[in-house]
Design a protein around this ligand. Sequence first.
Ligand SMILES: NC(=O)c1ccc[n+]([C@@H]2O[C@H](COP(=O)([O-])OP(=O)(O)OC[C@H]3O[C@@H](n4cnc5c(N)ncnc54)[C@H](O)[C@@H]3O)[C@@H](O)[C@H]2O)c1
Ligand SMILES: [Zn+2]
Ligand SMILES: [Zn+2]
Length: 362
Amino acid sequence: MSQDVRGVVARVRGAPVEVTTVVVPDPGPGEAVVRVQACGVCHTDLHYREGGITDEFPFLLGHEAAGIVEQVGAGVTDVEPGDFVILNWRAVCGTCRACRRGRPWYCFATHNAARKMTLADGTELSPALGIGAFVEKTLVHAGQCTRVDPAARPAAVGLLGCGVMAGIGAAVNTGGVSRGDSVAVIGCGGVGDGAIAGAALAGATTIIAVDTDPRKLEWARGFGATHTVNARETDPVEAIRELTGGFGADVVIEAVGRPETWKQAFYARDLAGTLVLVGVPTPEMKIPELPLLDVFGRGGALRSSWYGDCLPSRDFPMLTSLYLQGRLDLDAFVTEEIALDQVEEAFARMHRGDVLRSVVVF
Ligand SMILES: NC(=O)c1ccc[n+]([C@@H]2O[C@H](COP(=O)([O-])OP(=O)(O)OC[C@H]3O[C@@H](n4cnc5c(N)ncnc54)[C@H](O)[C@@H]3O)[C@@H](O)[C@H]2O)c1
Ligand SMILES: [Zn+2]
Ligand SMILES: [Zn+2]
């Protein structure tokens, strides 16, 4: 028996989102229906709405969520009704070439639900990142449900489902930040501040936050930035070099997703330093002109980070524990709790830089 619930749908490119009826089927084999308790508004949802990711409208938006498993399909053993879970977009397959080599965070065949959620007229929805969680209940693959300690606040730990995990992982997993490193983070939204928090957890001693918005820089300090640079007033490459003895940072994380900030990150590294691109570019963007000799001569690593190279089963429970112990302030990412019909306003506030995360709570 399918269920009719309310959800946030982007019907056509660039148009405001709308709250409408979503039909959620019973879970098929290996699938689960989750009652969503909280879902954060991520910049990637806006990318979807603008047609910057794919053309497969209509989209069911939302993907940084936590909730309670309500129903499971045949063969599901890892979760059961009543479990508190964070939804993930990396349900690893266990059998692709990456999984077989013991690097499942690169899994090339992650699972999503095979059954489709639809509009009331039967039109199939494309769930954002294979999740779709601005909706009272959602259908996912059971592997997309990661059980964590139910003592945690859903609005806070749900953010581990995308942006905050992407940021923490960009620093800790992809960037390999460790004790004593110098780190610079360009772009201090939810993702960039996740990277700052991750760098602090890993023991970086210098953490430089770069943004164009003074409010963002203030918030970045709260997550562990030791220095801040306003890129509107100061050249960030020069500032980062100055703050690192003239050399540049060991790891520079780009959390904006633009060619010019990527280039700043490239030159703000120390020799043999690491650049991590976690911001998502749009299809028309190109790497700005860069002498190949600089790529060679400066050495180091140029990496990109999908979902912070995380493994949900390993990282979500661990980060939830750190949160519950007071060592990772996930509450500070939640600027406001909003209702389902306020997502469009939340996009505008995100655009203006008024929020780190607006979180829809049900
Ligand atoms: N790789 C992944 O797995 C992953 C996951 C989630 C989000 N993302 C991407 O990460 C990026 C950031 O997401 P977010 O939710 O934090 O967005 P956000 O809009 O909250 O944050 C972006 C920040 O960049 C700052 N900024 C803009 N232009 C700048 C410039 N020239 N110099 C310095 N700072 C500048 C803004 O002021 C803002 O604080 C987006 O591209 C998003 O799609 C990637
Ligand atoms: Zn795999
Ligand atoms: Zn996201």
